[in-house]
Design a protein around this ligand. Structure first.
Ligand code: C2E
Ligand code: MG
Ligand code: MG
Length: 585
Protein backbone atom coordinates (compact mmCIF):
# COMPACT_ATOMS: atom_id res chain seq x y z
CA UNK A 1 0.00 0.00 0.00
CA UNK A 2 2.82 2.35 0.97
CA UNK A 3 4.57 2.04 -2.37
CA UNK A 4 1.49 2.78 -4.42
CA UNK A 5 1.50 6.19 -6.06
CA UNK A 6 -0.72 8.70 -4.25
CA UNK A 7 -3.09 10.82 -6.25
CA UNK A 8 -5.09 13.80 -5.03
CA UNK A 9 -8.40 14.27 -6.81
CA UNK A 10 -9.89 17.76 -6.55
CA UNK A 11 -13.43 18.22 -7.81
CA UNK A 12 -16.50 19.92 -6.38
CA UNK A 13 -18.79 17.27 -7.89
CA UNK A 14 -19.08 14.37 -5.40
CA UNK A 15 -20.09 11.90 -8.07
CA UNK A 16 -17.02 12.58 -10.19
CA UNK A 17 -14.82 12.35 -7.10
CA UNK A 18 -16.30 8.95 -6.35
CA UNK A 19 -16.00 7.61 -9.91
CA UNK A 20 -12.51 8.93 -10.49
CA UNK A 21 -11.37 7.58 -7.13
CA UNK A 22 -12.69 4.11 -7.94
CA UNK A 23 -11.15 4.11 -11.41
CA UNK A 24 -7.73 4.99 -10.08
CA UNK A 25 -7.87 2.49 -7.24
CA UNK A 26 -8.75 -0.16 -9.81
CA UNK A 27 -5.33 0.28 -11.42
CA UNK A 28 -3.51 0.17 -8.10
CA UNK A 29 -3.29 3.83 -7.18
CA UNK A 30 -4.09 5.39 -3.80
CA UNK A 31 -6.39 8.35 -3.85
CA UNK A 32 -7.52 11.16 -1.62
CA UNK A 33 -10.46 13.22 -2.76
CA UNK A 34 -11.15 16.82 -1.83
CA UNK A 35 -14.02 19.11 -2.80
CA UNK A 36 -12.12 22.38 -3.10
CA UNK A 37 -8.84 23.67 -4.51
CA UNK A 38 -7.88 25.23 -1.18
CA UNK A 39 -8.33 21.94 0.61
CA UNK A 40 -6.44 20.04 -2.06
CA UNK A 41 -3.50 22.44 -2.03
CA UNK A 42 -3.29 22.33 1.75
CA UNK A 43 -3.30 18.53 1.62
CA UNK A 44 -0.59 18.55 -1.01
CA UNK A 45 1.52 21.01 0.96
CA UNK A 46 1.17 18.76 4.02
CA UNK A 47 1.54 15.29 2.60
CA UNK A 48 2.65 15.63 -1.00
CA UNK A 49 1.40 13.39 -3.82
CA UNK A 50 2.62 11.74 -6.98
CA UNK A 51 0.02 13.44 -9.19
CA UNK A 52 -2.98 15.75 -8.96
CA UNK A 53 -6.24 15.54 -10.89
CA UNK A 54 -7.82 18.94 -10.95
CA UNK A 55 -11.28 20.09 -11.99
CA UNK A 56 -11.23 23.45 -13.72
CA UNK A 57 -14.62 24.84 -12.88
CA UNK A 58 -15.28 24.91 -9.17
CA UNK A 59 -17.90 27.59 -8.44
CA UNK A 60 -17.63 29.25 -5.08
CA UNK A 61 -13.88 28.85 -4.67
CA UNK A 62 -10.57 28.97 -6.45
CA UNK A 63 -10.74 27.65 -10.01
CA UNK A 64 -8.46 24.90 -11.38
CA UNK A 65 -6.21 27.28 -13.34
CA UNK A 66 -5.33 29.31 -10.28
CA UNK A 67 -4.91 26.16 -8.19
CA UNK A 68 -2.53 24.67 -10.72
CA UNK A 69 -0.45 27.84 -10.86
CA UNK A 70 -0.21 27.87 -7.06
CA UNK A 71 0.68 24.21 -6.94
CA UNK A 72 3.59 24.84 -9.29
CA UNK A 73 4.98 27.36 -6.86
CA UNK A 74 5.24 24.82 -4.05
CA UNK A 75 8.70 23.26 -3.84
CA UNK A 76 7.34 19.72 -4.26
CA UNK A 77 4.81 20.79 -6.85
CA UNK A 78 7.15 21.96 -9.56
CA UNK A 79 7.51 18.74 -11.48
CA UNK A 80 4.62 16.45 -10.54
CA UNK A 81 2.03 15.60 -13.19
CA UNK A 82 -1.19 17.62 -13.03
CA UNK A 83 -4.13 16.46 -15.07
CA UNK A 84 -6.84 19.07 -15.68
CA UNK A 85 -10.42 17.83 -16.02
CA UNK A 86 -12.84 20.17 -17.71
CA UNK A 87 -15.96 20.60 -19.72
CA UNK A 88 -14.44 23.60 -21.48
CA UNK A 89 -13.07 22.52 -24.80
CA UNK A 90 -12.24 25.84 -26.43
CA UNK A 91 -8.68 26.55 -27.43
CA UNK A 92 -8.40 29.43 -25.01
CA UNK A 93 -9.20 27.21 -22.03
CA UNK A 94 -6.76 24.58 -23.18
CA UNK A 95 -4.03 27.21 -23.55
CA UNK A 96 -4.95 28.63 -20.20
CA UNK A 97 -4.62 25.19 -18.63
CA UNK A 98 -1.13 24.66 -20.04
CA UNK A 99 -0.05 28.17 -19.13
CA UNK A 100 -1.11 27.45 -15.56
CA UNK A 101 1.29 24.52 -15.60
CA UNK A 102 -0.95 21.55 -16.44
CA UNK A 103 0.73 18.41 -17.67
CA UNK A 104 -2.29 17.10 -19.53
CA UNK A 105 -5.90 17.88 -20.19
CA UNK A 106 -9.00 15.66 -20.39
CA UNK A 107 -12.51 16.66 -21.20
CA UNK A 108 -15.69 15.80 -19.43
CA UNK A 109 -17.62 13.61 -19.59
CA UNK A 110 -14.67 11.57 -18.49
CA UNK A 111 -14.10 8.15 -20.04
CA UNK A 112 -13.80 6.48 -16.64
CA UNK A 113 -12.52 3.03 -17.76
CA UNK A 114 -9.68 4.68 -19.65
CA UNK A 115 -8.77 7.21 -16.96
CA UNK A 116 -6.79 4.80 -14.78
CA UNK A 117 -4.50 3.85 -17.67
CA UNK A 118 -4.08 7.42 -18.72
CA UNK A 119 -2.97 8.47 -15.23
CA UNK A 120 -0.62 5.49 -14.96
CA UNK A 121 0.94 6.42 -18.27
CA UNK A 122 1.34 10.02 -17.12
CA UNK A 123 3.07 8.86 -13.93
CA UNK A 124 5.52 6.66 -15.85
CA UNK A 125 6.43 9.47 -18.24
CA UNK A 126 6.83 11.88 -15.39
CA UNK A 127 9.03 9.45 -13.52
CA UNK A 128 11.36 9.15 -16.49
CA UNK A 129 11.53 12.92 -16.91
CA UNK A 130 12.20 13.29 -13.21
CA UNK A 131 15.11 10.83 -13.34
CA UNK A 132 16.59 12.62 -16.31
CA UNK A 133 16.21 15.93 -14.59
CA UNK A 134 17.84 14.69 -11.42
CA UNK A 135 20.80 13.16 -13.16
CA UNK A 136 21.21 16.32 -15.16
CA UNK A 137 21.23 18.31 -11.95
CA UNK A 138 23.69 15.87 -10.42
CA UNK A 139 25.98 16.21 -13.42
CA UNK A 140 25.67 19.96 -13.26
CA UNK A 141 26.63 19.91 -9.62
CA UNK A 142 29.57 17.62 -10.28
CA UNK A 143 30.86 19.81 -13.07
CA UNK A 144 30.34 23.07 -11.27
CA UNK A 145 30.47 22.45 -7.56
CA UNK A 146 33.06 21.44 -5.05
CA UNK A 147 31.77 18.49 -3.07
CA UNK A 148 33.72 19.26 0.10
CA UNK A 149 32.45 22.78 0.71
CA UNK A 150 29.44 22.73 -1.61
CA UNK A 151 30.73 25.95 -3.12
CA UNK A 152 30.99 26.58 -6.87
CA UNK A 153 34.25 25.37 -8.33
CA UNK A 154 36.89 26.95 -10.53
CA UNK A 155 35.01 26.18 -13.75
CA UNK A 156 31.83 27.76 -12.48
CA UNK A 157 33.63 30.80 -11.16
CA UNK A 158 35.47 31.38 -14.39
CA UNK A 159 32.32 31.11 -16.53
CA UNK A 160 30.34 33.26 -14.15
CA UNK A 161 33.12 35.85 -14.05
CA UNK A 162 33.14 35.94 -17.83
CA UNK A 163 29.42 36.66 -17.92
CA UNK A 164 29.67 39.35 -15.27
CA UNK A 165 32.63 40.95 -17.06
CA UNK A 166 30.59 41.20 -20.26
CA UNK A 167 27.84 42.88 -18.29
CA UNK A 168 30.18 45.21 -16.44
CA UNK A 169 31.86 46.09 -19.72
CA UNK A 170 28.58 47.20 -21.29
CA UNK A 171 27.48 49.11 -18.24
CA UNK A 172 30.93 50.54 -17.45
CA UNK A 173 31.00 49.03 -13.97
CA UNK A 174 33.85 48.04 -11.72
CA UNK A 175 34.35 44.53 -10.38
CA UNK A 176 36.79 43.07 -7.90
CA UNK A 177 38.17 39.56 -7.79
CA UNK A 178 39.54 38.45 -4.44
CA UNK A 179 41.93 35.52 -4.38
CA UNK A 180 42.32 33.90 -0.97
CA UNK A 181 44.87 31.42 0.26
CA UNK A 182 45.10 30.19 3.83
CA UNK A 183 48.50 30.73 5.42
CA UNK A 184 50.13 27.59 6.70
CA UNK A 185 47.24 25.30 5.70
CA UNK A 186 49.72 22.65 4.61
CA UNK A 187 51.04 22.54 8.16
CA UNK A 188 47.56 21.82 9.54
CA UNK A 189 47.01 19.13 6.94
CA UNK A 190 50.41 17.54 7.47
CA UNK A 191 50.50 17.63 11.23
CA UNK A 192 46.85 17.10 12.15
CA UNK A 193 45.63 15.06 9.22
CA UNK A 194 43.39 15.53 6.21
CA UNK A 195 40.23 15.00 8.19
CA UNK A 196 40.85 18.14 10.23
CA UNK A 197 42.16 19.91 7.14
CA UNK A 198 38.85 19.20 5.41
CA UNK A 199 36.93 20.56 8.37
CA UNK A 200 38.95 23.76 8.26
CA UNK A 201 38.10 24.15 4.58
CA UNK A 202 34.40 23.53 5.17
CA UNK A 203 34.31 26.01 8.01
CA UNK A 204 36.23 28.50 5.86
CA UNK A 205 33.53 28.18 3.20
CA UNK A 206 30.85 28.84 5.83
CA UNK A 207 32.61 31.89 7.21
CA UNK A 208 33.09 33.28 3.72
CA UNK A 209 29.37 32.88 3.02
CA UNK A 210 28.60 34.76 6.20
CA UNK A 211 31.14 37.52 5.54
CA UNK A 212 29.63 38.12 2.14
CA UNK A 213 26.08 38.11 3.35
CA UNK A 214 27.08 40.85 5.75
CA UNK A 215 28.24 42.96 2.85
CA UNK A 216 24.93 43.18 1.05
CA UNK A 217 25.20 46.93 0.87
CA UNK A 218 28.24 46.48 -1.29
CA UNK A 219 27.20 43.54 -3.33
CA UNK A 220 23.89 44.17 -4.85
CA UNK A 221 23.72 41.25 -7.21
CA UNK A 222 21.30 38.66 -5.93
CA UNK A 223 24.08 36.27 -6.86
CA UNK A 224 25.80 36.58 -3.54
CA UNK A 225 22.70 35.34 -1.79
CA UNK A 226 23.10 31.84 -3.15
CA UNK A 227 26.84 31.95 -3.02
CA UNK A 228 27.73 31.83 -6.66
CA UNK A 229 30.17 34.69 -6.42
CA UNK A 230 32.15 32.63 -3.98
CA UNK A 231 34.16 29.62 -5.10
CA UNK A 232 36.71 27.11 -3.97
CA UNK A 233 39.33 26.72 -6.66
CA UNK A 234 40.93 23.72 -5.02
CA UNK A 235 43.24 23.08 -2.08
CA UNK A 236 43.07 26.03 0.27
CA UNK A 237 42.36 28.55 -2.47
CA UNK A 238 39.08 30.44 -2.57
CA UNK A 239 37.85 33.28 -4.76
CA UNK A 240 35.23 35.95 -4.33
CA UNK A 241 33.69 38.11 -7.01
CA UNK A 242 32.40 41.49 -5.92
CA UNK A 243 30.25 42.96 -8.65
CA UNK A 244 29.33 46.56 -8.93
CA UNK A 245 31.82 48.08 -6.56
CA UNK A 246 32.00 51.84 -6.82
CA UNK A 247 35.55 52.49 -5.72
CA UNK A 248 38.63 50.27 -5.60
CA UNK A 249 38.68 50.67 -1.83
CA UNK A 250 35.30 48.97 -1.48
CA UNK A 251 36.96 45.64 -2.10
CA UNK A 252 39.35 46.22 0.78
CA UNK A 253 36.59 46.46 3.35
CA UNK A 254 35.21 43.08 2.29
CA UNK A 255 38.74 41.64 2.21
CA UNK A 256 39.37 42.94 5.69
CA UNK A 257 36.12 41.49 7.00
CA UNK A 258 37.05 38.14 5.51
CA UNK A 259 40.55 38.32 6.91
CA UNK A 260 39.28 38.98 10.43
CA UNK A 261 36.60 36.31 10.21
CA UNK A 262 39.08 33.64 9.14
CA UNK A 263 41.60 34.59 11.82
CA UNK A 264 39.15 33.52 14.56
CA UNK A 265 39.83 30.20 16.24
CA UNK A 266 38.51 27.03 14.59
CA UNK A 267 37.14 24.61 17.16
CA UNK A 268 36.89 20.96 16.17
CA UNK A 269 36.58 18.12 18.66
CA UNK A 270 39.47 18.69 21.03
CA UNK A 271 41.39 20.98 18.74
CA UNK A 272 41.56 24.73 18.71
CA UNK A 273 43.20 25.81 15.48
CA UNK A 274 44.25 29.14 14.13
CA UNK A 275 45.01 30.07 10.59
CA UNK A 276 45.36 33.37 8.80
CA UNK A 277 44.63 34.26 5.20
CA UNK A 278 46.42 36.13 2.44
CA UNK A 279 44.16 37.95 0.00
CA UNK A 280 44.98 39.39 -3.42
CA UNK A 281 42.65 41.86 -5.11
CA UNK A 282 42.36 42.54 -8.83
CA UNK A 283 40.01 45.17 -10.19
CA UNK A 284 38.16 45.11 -13.51
CA UNK A 285 38.85 46.85 -15.85
CA UNK A 286 42.16 48.26 -14.52
CA UNK A 287 43.90 44.98 -13.71
CA UNK A 288 42.65 42.82 -16.56
CA UNK A 289 40.00 42.55 -19.24
CA UNK A 290 39.32 38.81 -19.07
CA UNK A 291 38.44 36.32 -16.38
CA UNK A 292 41.80 34.62 -16.86
CA UNK A 293 43.73 37.84 -16.44
CA UNK A 294 41.82 38.95 -13.39
CA UNK A 295 42.24 35.58 -11.70
CA UNK A 296 45.95 35.46 -12.53
CA UNK A 297 46.53 38.96 -11.26
CA UNK A 298 44.51 38.48 -8.09
CA UNK A 299 46.60 35.36 -7.52
CA UNK A 300 49.80 37.38 -7.96
CA UNK A 301 48.59 40.03 -5.56
CA UNK A 302 47.81 37.23 -3.07
CA UNK A 303 51.35 35.98 -3.53
CA UNK A 304 52.59 39.45 -2.63
CA UNK A 305 50.47 39.52 0.50
CA UNK A 306 51.95 36.16 1.43
CA UNK A 307 55.47 37.32 0.81
CA UNK A 308 54.92 40.22 3.16
CA UNK A 309 54.19 37.79 5.95
CA UNK A 310 50.60 36.82 5.17
CA UNK A 311 47.44 37.70 7.12
CA UNK A 312 46.79 40.72 4.93
CA UNK A 313 45.31 41.81 1.65
CA UNK A 314 47.14 43.37 -1.27
CA UNK A 315 45.96 45.03 -4.44
CA UNK A 316 47.37 44.15 -7.80
CA UNK A 317 48.30 46.98 -10.08
CA UNK A 318 49.40 46.43 -13.64
CA UNK A 319 52.64 48.20 -12.92
CA UNK A 320 53.43 45.39 -10.53
CA UNK A 321 53.16 42.66 -13.15
CA UNK A 322 56.53 42.74 -14.85
CA UNK A 323 58.43 43.20 -11.63
CA UNK A 324 56.35 40.49 -9.98
CA UNK A 325 56.83 38.01 -12.78
CA UNK A 326 60.56 38.59 -12.79
CA UNK A 327 60.69 38.08 -9.06
CA UNK A 328 58.68 34.90 -9.38
CA UNK A 329 61.06 33.59 -12.02
CA UNK A 330 64.06 34.65 -9.94
CA UNK A 331 62.71 32.97 -6.86
CA UNK A 332 61.87 29.74 -8.64
CA UNK A 333 65.29 29.59 -10.21
CA UNK A 334 67.09 30.64 -7.05
CA UNK A 335 65.52 27.73 -5.20
CA UNK A 336 67.33 25.35 -7.51
CA UNK A 337 70.48 27.41 -8.07
CA UNK A 338 72.76 25.71 -5.55
CA UNK A 339 71.60 22.26 -6.58
CA UNK A 340 72.18 23.06 -10.25
CA UNK A 341 75.72 24.30 -9.64
CA UNK A 342 74.80 27.85 -10.68
CA UNK A 343 76.32 29.48 -7.60
CA UNK A 344 80.00 30.35 -7.35
CA UNK A 345 82.15 32.36 -4.98
CA UNK A 346 84.43 35.10 -6.27
CA UNK A 347 87.11 36.50 -4.02
CA UNK A 348 88.25 40.11 -3.78
CA UNK A 349 91.64 40.79 -2.15
CA UNK A 350 92.03 43.25 0.71
CA UNK A 351 95.25 45.28 0.90
CA UNK A 352 97.06 46.11 4.12
CA UNK A 353 97.99 49.78 3.65
CA UNK A 354 100.83 49.62 6.18
CA UNK A 355 102.69 46.59 4.84
CA UNK A 356 101.50 46.92 1.24
CA UNK A 357 100.56 43.23 1.08
CA UNK A 358 97.26 41.52 0.50
CA UNK A 359 96.10 40.24 3.85
CA UNK A 360 92.77 38.62 3.06
CA UNK A 361 89.90 38.17 0.69
CA UNK A 362 86.18 38.81 0.80
CA UNK A 363 83.99 36.06 -0.60
CA UNK A 364 81.34 37.48 -2.94
CA UNK A 365 78.56 35.32 -4.25
CA UNK A 366 77.89 35.03 -7.99
CA UNK A 367 74.78 33.52 -9.57
CA UNK A 368 74.93 32.59 -13.22
CA UNK A 369 71.44 31.25 -13.89
CA UNK A 370 71.03 28.97 -16.89
CA UNK A 371 67.63 30.51 -17.54
CA UNK A 372 68.07 34.14 -16.53
CA UNK A 373 71.77 34.86 -16.97
CA UNK A 374 74.01 36.57 -14.41
CA UNK A 375 72.06 38.16 -11.58
CA UNK A 376 73.86 40.61 -9.27
CA UNK A 377 73.80 39.81 -5.54
CA UNK A 378 72.20 43.17 -4.81
CA UNK A 379 69.14 41.81 -6.64
CA UNK A 380 69.00 38.21 -5.49
CA UNK A 381 70.20 38.46 -1.88
CA UNK A 382 67.21 40.56 -0.71
CA UNK A 383 64.96 38.18 -2.64
CA UNK A 384 66.54 35.17 -0.96
CA UNK A 385 65.91 36.87 2.39
CA UNK A 386 62.23 37.46 1.64
CA UNK A 387 61.67 34.01 0.17
CA UNK A 388 63.22 32.24 3.12
CA UNK A 389 66.10 30.91 1.06
CA UNK A 390 68.90 32.91 2.67
CA UNK A 391 69.67 30.39 5.41
CA UNK A 392 70.37 27.60 2.92
CA UNK A 393 72.30 29.85 0.54
CA UNK A 394 74.27 31.44 3.40
CA UNK A 395 75.22 28.02 4.67
CA UNK A 396 76.37 27.01 1.19
CA UNK A 397 78.50 30.20 0.98
CA UNK A 398 80.08 29.70 4.37
CA UNK A 399 80.92 26.06 3.73
CA UNK A 400 82.39 26.87 0.34
CA UNK A 401 84.46 29.77 1.69
CA UNK A 402 85.80 27.78 4.65
CA UNK A 403 86.64 24.79 2.45
CA UNK A 404 88.47 27.10 0.05
CA UNK A 405 90.43 28.84 2.78
CA UNK A 406 91.39 25.48 4.25
CA UNK A 407 92.43 24.19 0.82
CA UNK A 408 94.66 27.22 0.28
CA UNK A 409 96.26 26.64 3.65
CA UNK A 410 97.07 23.03 2.90
CA UNK A 411 98.23 24.12 -0.52
CA UNK A 412 100.79 26.39 1.06
CA UNK A 413 99.04 29.59 0.28
CA UNK A 414 98.25 30.77 3.78
CA UNK A 415 95.66 33.49 3.94
CA UNK A 416 95.20 35.62 7.03
CA UNK A 417 91.51 36.24 6.45
CA UNK A 418 88.47 34.90 4.69
CA UNK A 419 85.68 37.46 4.98
CA UNK A 420 82.14 36.17 4.44
CA UNK A 421 79.00 38.29 4.20
CA UNK A 422 76.14 37.34 6.51
CA UNK A 423 72.67 38.78 6.12
CA UNK A 424 70.79 39.91 9.22
CA UNK A 425 67.93 37.56 8.38
CA UNK A 426 70.46 34.74 8.58
CA UNK A 427 71.73 35.94 11.96
CA UNK A 428 68.22 35.89 13.33
CA UNK A 429 67.95 32.15 12.69
CA UNK A 430 68.21 30.33 15.98
CA UNK A 431 70.65 27.77 14.64
CA UNK A 432 73.15 30.30 13.30
CA UNK A 433 75.85 29.74 15.91
CA UNK A 434 75.60 25.97 15.60
CA UNK A 435 75.78 26.24 11.81
CA UNK A 436 78.99 28.30 11.89
CA UNK A 437 80.75 26.16 14.49
CA UNK A 438 79.61 23.05 12.66
CA UNK A 439 81.19 24.19 9.40
CA UNK A 440 84.40 25.28 11.17
CA UNK A 441 84.67 21.84 12.73
CA UNK A 442 83.82 20.09 9.49
CA UNK A 443 86.41 22.02 7.44
CA UNK A 444 88.92 22.18 10.30
CA UNK A 445 89.56 25.84 9.55
CA UNK A 446 91.15 27.97 12.26
CA UNK A 447 88.24 30.21 13.46
CA UNK A 448 90.62 33.20 13.57
CA UNK A 449 90.82 33.11 9.78
CA UNK A 450 87.08 33.59 9.42
CA UNK A 451 85.63 37.09 9.49
CA UNK A 452 81.90 37.56 9.31
CA UNK A 453 80.70 40.79 7.70
CA UNK A 454 77.40 41.86 9.20
CA UNK A 455 75.46 45.03 8.51
CA UNK A 456 74.47 47.77 10.89
CA UNK A 457 70.89 46.52 10.83
CA UNK A 458 72.06 43.53 12.89
CA UNK A 459 73.09 45.90 15.67
CA UNK A 460 69.83 47.79 15.57
CA UNK A 461 67.59 44.75 15.86
CA UNK A 462 66.65 44.00 19.42
CA UNK A 463 67.16 40.27 19.38
CA UNK A 464 69.11 39.07 22.36
CA UNK A 465 69.90 35.94 20.40
CA UNK A 466 71.88 37.95 17.81
CA UNK A 467 74.08 39.44 20.48
CA UNK A 468 74.40 36.00 22.08
CA UNK A 469 75.46 34.30 18.86
CA UNK A 470 77.94 37.02 17.94
CA UNK A 471 79.54 37.02 21.41
CA UNK A 472 79.81 33.25 21.41
CA UNK A 473 81.43 33.29 17.95
CA UNK A 474 83.81 36.01 19.10
CA UNK A 475 84.73 33.79 22.05
CA UNK A 476 85.95 31.02 19.80
CA UNK A 477 88.04 33.43 17.74
CA UNK A 478 85.82 34.35 14.79
CA UNK A 479 86.36 37.97 13.70
CA UNK A 480 83.43 40.35 13.20
CA UNK A 481 83.22 43.30 10.83
CA UNK A 482 80.48 45.86 10.19
CA UNK A 483 79.93 46.13 6.44
CA UNK A 484 78.85 49.28 4.62
CA UNK A 485 79.40 51.32 7.75
CA UNK A 486 77.95 54.82 7.82
CA UNK A 487 74.74 53.92 6.00
CA UNK A 488 72.81 52.61 8.95
CA UNK A 489 71.62 54.20 12.12
CA UNK A 490 73.51 52.33 14.78
CA UNK A 491 74.34 54.49 17.75
CA UNK A 492 77.86 54.64 19.05
CA UNK A 493 76.89 53.13 22.37
CA UNK A 494 75.29 50.23 20.60
CA UNK A 495 78.33 49.76 18.42
CA UNK A 496 80.46 49.69 21.54
CA UNK A 497 78.36 46.99 23.17
CA UNK A 498 79.00 44.53 20.33
CA UNK A 499 82.30 42.66 20.07
CA UNK A 500 83.27 44.21 16.70
CA UNK A 501 86.82 44.02 15.26
CA UNK A 502 86.47 46.06 12.11
CA UNK A 503 84.46 48.73 10.36
CA UNK A 504 84.21 48.74 6.58
CA UNK A 505 83.67 52.26 5.29
CA UNK A 506 80.86 52.20 2.75
CA UNK A 507 81.86 52.77 -0.88
CA UNK A 508 79.64 55.81 -1.17
CA UNK A 509 81.94 57.75 1.20
CA UNK A 510 85.10 56.63 -0.60
CA UNK A 511 83.69 57.71 -3.94
CA UNK A 512 84.89 61.23 -4.78
CA UNK A 513 86.71 61.40 -1.48
CA UNK A 514 89.37 63.68 -2.99
CA UNK A 515 86.90 66.26 -4.31
CA UNK A 516 83.88 66.04 -2.05
CA UNK A 517 84.68 67.64 1.31
CA UNK A 518 81.63 66.08 2.94
CA UNK A 519 82.62 62.55 1.96
CA UNK A 520 86.17 63.28 3.02
CA UNK A 521 84.95 64.48 6.41
CA UNK A 522 82.75 61.40 6.97
CA UNK A 523 85.49 58.94 5.95
CA UNK A 524 87.98 60.72 8.16
CA UNK A 525 85.56 60.68 11.09
CA UNK A 526 84.81 56.97 10.70
CA UNK A 527 88.53 56.14 10.64
CA UNK A 528 89.15 58.22 13.75
CA UNK A 529 86.15 56.77 15.56
CA UNK A 530 87.13 53.18 14.77
CA UNK A 531 90.62 53.81 16.10
CA UNK A 532 89.31 55.32 19.30
CA UNK A 533 87.05 52.30 19.79
CA UNK A 534 89.98 49.96 19.17
CA UNK A 535 88.67 48.70 15.85
CA UNK A 536 90.36 48.31 12.47
CA UNK A 537 89.08 50.12 9.39
CA UNK A 538 88.83 48.93 5.80
CA UNK A 539 87.83 51.31 3.01
CA UNK A 540 85.67 49.75 0.30
CA UNK A 541 85.31 50.67 -3.36
CA UNK A 542 88.73 52.22 -3.85
CA UNK A 543 89.00 53.00 -7.56
CA UNK A 544 91.66 55.68 -7.93
CA UNK A 545 95.22 56.38 -6.78
CA UNK A 546 94.06 59.65 -5.30
CA UNK A 547 91.51 57.84 -3.11
CA UNK A 548 94.19 55.39 -2.00
CA UNK A 549 96.62 58.20 -1.17
CA UNK A 550 93.92 60.00 0.84
CA UNK A 551 93.15 56.86 2.86
CA UNK A 552 96.79 56.12 3.55
CA UNK A 553 97.23 59.69 4.72
CA UNK A 554 94.33 59.30 7.19
CA UNK A 555 95.86 56.07 8.53
CA UNK A 556 93.12 53.80 7.22
CA UNK A 557 94.27 50.22 7.88
CA UNK A 558 93.13 48.42 4.78
CA UNK A 559 91.61 49.01 1.36
CA UNK A 560 89.54 47.01 -1.07
CA UNK A 561 88.50 48.07 -4.56
CA UNK A 562 88.78 47.71 -8.32
CA UNK A 563 92.01 49.74 -8.29
CA UNK A 564 93.70 46.95 -6.35
CA UNK A 565 91.86 43.92 -7.64
CA UNK A 566 88.43 42.93 -8.87
CA UNK A 567 86.60 39.98 -7.38
CA UNK A 568 87.91 36.81 -9.10
CA UNK A 569 87.14 33.11 -9.21
CA UNK A 570 89.17 30.83 -6.90
CA UNK A 571 91.70 29.75 -9.53
CA UNK A 572 92.49 33.27 -10.67
CA UNK A 573 92.79 34.65 -7.18
CA UNK A 574 95.32 31.98 -6.33
CA UNK A 575 97.50 33.01 -9.27
CA UNK A 576 97.02 36.65 -8.38
CA UNK A 577 98.03 36.25 -4.76
CA UNK A 578 101.00 34.00 -5.54
CA UNK A 579 102.30 36.57 -8.07
CA UNK A 580 101.92 39.30 -5.45
CA UNK A 581 103.88 37.20 -2.96
CA UNK A 582 106.70 36.78 -5.45
CA UNK A 583 106.78 40.48 -6.39
CA UNK A 584 106.94 41.63 -2.75
CA UNK A 585 109.57 39.08 -1.75
P1 C2E B 1 79.59 44.24 -0.05
O1 C2E B 1 79.74 43.16 0.95
O2 C2E B 1 79.75 45.62 0.41
O3 C2E B 1 80.60 43.88 -1.20
C1 C2E B 1 81.32 44.80 -1.92
C2 C2E B 1 80.68 45.04 -3.22
O4 C2E B 1 81.36 46.08 -3.89
C3 C2E B 1 80.82 43.84 -4.15
O5 C2E B 1 79.68 43.87 -4.99
C4 C2E B 1 82.05 44.18 -4.96
O6 C2E B 1 82.10 43.54 -6.21
C5 C2E B 1 81.87 45.66 -5.13
N1 C2E B 1 83.13 46.35 -5.32
C6 C2E B 1 84.37 46.00 -4.92
N2 C2E B 1 85.27 46.93 -5.27
C7 C2E B 1 84.61 47.91 -5.91
C8 C2E B 1 84.98 49.15 -6.52
O7 C2E B 1 86.12 49.55 -6.55
N3 C2E B 1 84.00 49.90 -7.06
C9 C2E B 1 82.73 49.50 -7.06
N4 C2E B 1 81.81 50.28 -7.63
N5 C2E B 1 82.32 48.33 -6.51
C10 C2E B 1 83.25 47.55 -5.93
P2 C2E B 1 78.87 42.57 -5.26
O8 C2E B 1 79.75 41.40 -5.35
O9 C2E B 1 77.95 42.88 -6.36
O10 C2E B 1 78.04 42.39 -3.94
C11 C2E B 1 77.10 43.30 -3.56
C12 C2E B 1 76.61 43.04 -2.16
O11 C2E B 1 75.90 41.81 -2.11
C13 C2E B 1 77.70 42.88 -1.16
O12 C2E B 1 78.16 44.13 -0.75
C14 C2E B 1 77.02 42.11 -0.07
O13 C2E B 1 76.28 42.98 0.74
C15 C2E B 1 76.08 41.25 -0.85
N6 C2E B 1 76.65 39.90 -0.95
C16 C2E B 1 77.55 39.42 -1.83
N7 C2E B 1 77.81 38.12 -1.58
C17 C2E B 1 77.07 37.79 -0.49
C18 C2E B 1 76.93 36.59 0.27
O14 C2E B 1 77.55 35.56 0.04
N8 C2E B 1 76.05 36.62 1.32
C19 C2E B 1 75.38 37.75 1.63
N9 C2E B 1 74.53 37.71 2.67
N10 C2E B 1 75.51 38.89 0.94
C20 C2E B 1 76.35 38.91 -0.11
MG1 MG C 1 80.87 42.70 2.31
MG1 MG D 1 80.30 46.62 1.67
Amino acid sequence: MQDQPRIIVIDDDPLIRLLVGKALQAVGLQTTETASAEEGLALFARCGADAVLLDVMMPGGMDGFAACALLRQLPEGQHIPVLMMTGLEDLESINHAFESGATDFITKPINIPLLGHRVRYMLRASHTTQCLLESEQRLHRMAYFDSLTDLPNRQFFREHLQRIIALAHRQKLKLAVLFLDLDGFKRINDTLGHHLGDQVLQETGERLRKSLRASDALIRTGATQDGDTLARLGGDEFTVLLSMIERDEDAASVAERIRISLAQAFNFDDHELYTTTSIGIAIFPDDGATAEELLKNADLAMYYAKREGGNKYRYFSTKMTDAALRRLALENNLRKAAGHGELELYYQPQLDLVTGTFCGVEALLRWDSVELGCIPPAEFIPLAEEAGLIAAIGEWVLRQACQQAKAWFTDDMPLARMAVNVSTVQLLHKGFYAMVTGILAETRLDPHVLELEITESALVCDEASVMGALSALKQIGVQLAIDDFGMGYSSLSRLKSFPIDRLKVDQSFVHNIEQDPENAAIATAIIAMAKSLGMKVTAEGVETDAQLAFLKDRKCDEAQGFLLAKPMPAIEIREFLLNQLISTE
